[in-house]
Write a protein that binds this ligand. Sequence first.
Ligand code: FES
Length: 506
Amino acid sequence: MSYIPGKPASYWIDSTAKIDDLPSGNVLSVDVAIVGGGLIGITAATLLKRAGKRVAVIEAESIGMGTSGHTTAKITSLHQLIYADLIDKIGEEKARLYAESNEAAIAWIAKMVEEEGIDCDFSRQSAYTFAESEKDLSNVEKEVNAALKLGLPACLVQETSLPFPIAGAVKFDNQAQFHIRKYLLHLAKNIPGDGSYILEGARVEEIEEGEPCTVKSNKGTVQATDVIVATHLPILNEGLFFAKSYPKRSYIVGARIPADRAPQGMFIGAEDKNYYSIRTTPYEGDLLLLVGGEGHKVGEKTDTEECYLNLEAYARDRFGVDSFEYRWSTQDMVSFDRLPYVGKLTPLNHHIYVATGMSLWGMSKGTMAGMLLSDLILGKENPWAELYDSLRATPFLSGTSIKENAGVATHMIGDRLKGLMSSISDVEMGEGKLVTVDGDKVAAYRDETGELHAVSAVCSHLGCIVNWNSAEKSWDCPCHGARFDCDGQILHGPAVKPLESLKGQS
Ligand code: FES
């Protein structure tokens, strides 16, 4: 049988329609403008509107189609292995706040699903971090002890419903999973009205603090007392969040699996690298097995097709599936201390708030961030505010961050030397290549019809040189994760401008 790859789309997005009948604009003034219609933005908007605020969610594309729409959508406080490390680095009291805030976020999602009757395939599940080798087992055991100390619902198990043997796993009971976009669309539909709005297709290019603040997009200007920037990595550079975290890309494949062969629960490997994330979701009367992994820093891997092939090989080998329905990729900002940044943009900003650095566990932390931002704007005390304070002294200059940012510096300088020996005529059909034309770095892609797509290779964010991503046919920036299609249009921030178009190449 010939090989057919899965459809290149997120199942969450492919199985849901856009919201219709959204008002087209003319929003002049609200209490809170929220830039970014993902889980953080929609959670904050829901809470703020319920508290009587007039909100405007301003989304560059459509609700839940960015990072939120490309997740595995596990809702859990078991973040692979984190609690032993947190206790070690920030102490038991702060680690307990981390645990409590994530459990509170799970409870809030469950409450919303129940209260609103949200049809989003929500189900309670156990979450597992499993060790296949004795080497990783000791880390799993440490995690169980740390989690129990913090009051989390943890235990050590030797067996799971995975169809292969394990050395042991930490299991958290009463966690959950859902269909993220069904959930977000339901909440989003309740936002417009009574002076509140959702604006889609409005790419924000400028935000100015003031009384009121001004948010300028390609669809017009919104004035607001407060602004939340929930654009994954903030599109505003002043807070230097691009230097306090790094972008990590990962991949997911989806295969139909009969219920009697499907694992029950949500799983992730305990390995430091090369681990796999596993869950199922209801799919056309059957189940869809989702396997994620193959993570790497954005822009560091050109042969991204290999990532999908490796995941498919793992799914075939471990679960006996043979055909694949979906494949998609995602990325997240990883903070150096593993804690999200939630709060003010800079110490000088009184009305602009941010949330970023969810470090691959965005369902619980993103919800928590939306809850916390809402409290900050409403002037309510919140016990998690200090832990996640975006202005906290961060390990900006720790060994890890120096290493990661040294990588960025290398890209900023070294990338400029790439491609010097190539010319446009070297670019073959289906190939993306960096070439030099009249001294300019050019990102050139020749499509399957032979047409050349040439854009500037200089990232419009802060000037790094983009790299080709063969599976997604995109130009990805290795510095802070911006991504562009072959014509330079933005696929992913923090860039707010496309790559410069270069006409007349052939
Ligand atoms: Fe910052 Fe490209 S994303 S320079």
